[in-house]
Design a protein. Structure first.
Length: 144
């Protein structure tokens, strides 16, 4: 069973604090993120990494109400990003496992989905590659 951070228990919205990791989650996405954490836990590598990364975001991110979600990568958002000098790519962040054949969909419980959730335009984050190295990912555009 997933531990719900004390700051989220009975308080779906909290302002940024000194513990804020630089991303902002939307309160309506919290149950979806918790489900993604549980799903990632049961998958082979990098499932444990994804589970821990999303749990860290749940624990350390600011949380805002749904009405203040503009400009934040959230479930259902079409996001355009670029990783380490590659070309821009765009897709919709999806709450459930996406068919690997489906273009334009990012599974929240994937390394890319876990990296992008909660970011804003021009935010940068480390994206774990399959070879164990990291790329820098930059959010270029968000369409809510």
């Amino acid at each position: 069973m997933l531990h719900i951070p004390v700051a989220l228990q009975g308080n779906p919205s909290r302002l940024a604090s000194e513990d804020h990791v630089g991303c902002t989650l939307v309160s309506a996405d919290i149950p979806i993120i918790i489900a993604a954490v549980e799903r990632a836990r049961t998958t082979p590598w990098p499932g444990e990494y994804i589970s821990r990364y999303l749990s860290h975001k749940l624990d350390k991110s600011a949380v805002v109400p749904d009405g203040m979600a503009g400009g934040i990568v959230r479930v259902g958002t079409k996001v355009t990003w670029m990783s380490s000098g590659g070309g821009a790519q765009a897709a919709v962040l999806h709450p459930r496992e996406a068919n690997s054949q489906t273009e334009g969909i990012i599974d929240l419980a994937s390394v890319l989905g876990a990296t992008l959730i909660g970011l804003k335009v021009l935010d940068r984050a480390a994206l774990l590659r399959s070879d164990g190295k990291f790329d820098v990912t930059v959010v270029l555009n968000i369409e809510n």
